[in-house]
Design a protein around this ligand. Sequence first.
Ligand SMILES: *Cc1c(COP(=O)(O)O)cnc(C)c1O
Length: 376
Amino acid sequence: MTSSDIAAAPQPRASVLAIEPYVPGKAAAATTAKIFKLSSNESALGPSPRAIDAAKSAADALAIYPDGSVHALREAIAARHGVDAAQITCGAGSDELIFLLTYAFLSPGDEGIYTKHGFSIYRIAILAAGGTPVVAHEVGLTADVDAILAKVTPKTKIVFLANPNNPTGTYLPAREITRLAESLPPHVLLILDAAYAEFVTRADYEPGLELARTRNNVVMTRTFSKIYGLAALRLGWCYAPPAITDAINRLRGPFNINTPAMRAGIAALADEPHIARSIAHNTQWLAWLRDQITALGIPVTPSVANFLLLHFNDADEARAADAFLSKRGLILRAVETYSLPQCLRLTVGTEEANRLVVAALAGFVQAKTAKDPQRG
Ligand SMILES: *Cc1c(COP(=O)(O)O)cnc(C)c1O
């Protein structure tokens, strides 16, 4: 091919080529050990057996288009959360909703704000829409309302905030989120991504439902990929003011939610004992992992979600730990793309996985100390 052939070929928009593709958590490792995937914050207990049955029941309906209005699922979500089903929009994962919201509200040249270690999909969505990503600094690996507000310009159209954030596990209390919503200019859309809301046990936490109900510039997104254990079905939802709901429904693919996902979602919402078990499991093992790993001399960021950020001395040591654990079938998430090259993110797993991780980390620390006694 000559260079003139290349120039004549279809060219993506420059902003598309500026996107660094999303790096998912690894799923495999070169080892004969049993694999524990602790790299994508999936549920340790998996889905409700009732949700699995419901998804299977949809096998009989595969020839028929799904219900494009997602009526029954939206009603089930609305009933569970005490909100109006007319203001709920479902997406193929909350990722799809993040893209729809961004395409609807951000024009080429507009600015979208997210925080230094914020979830990486926000940057991708801003660039995909032709916008300019603007990064607000964090304080102690936590979003900072004043830092976000300082980045607002007349071009700002969207502020993204994961609360709690992935990959740090930190959160902002309700009063800070309210202050942010109240301080933003009224034309700026605040997207509160509450993917991990169900795991949070703090009294001063609010996922954003109240703000989305009472303000016309706040949207809350949620997912069935985390506590409900349905990541493979791709199902998320958002609660938004009527005008915002109207805008994203114009963009939404008419059949973006498939029938197995709808049925499984409804069944998952109804299995309250399973949800309670999943929360209890996480609360117990998150604290256990935090204490055990800290006791090994590996600091962890205090997390309110279903994962922990582990801090090593430097990027080389984090890579060495990642390799050491992978060899033992324990797959964590490298987070250098989040400007955290010295860290690894660990999802809370089953009791078996959690105990193996702590034992392996102890082995790693011991091997390191034997090799390099000064640094300990
Ligand atoms: C996992 C995650 C999501 C959920 O994505 P889905 O597309 O619903 O699977 C959204 N936001 C954050 C911060 C996450 O970590």
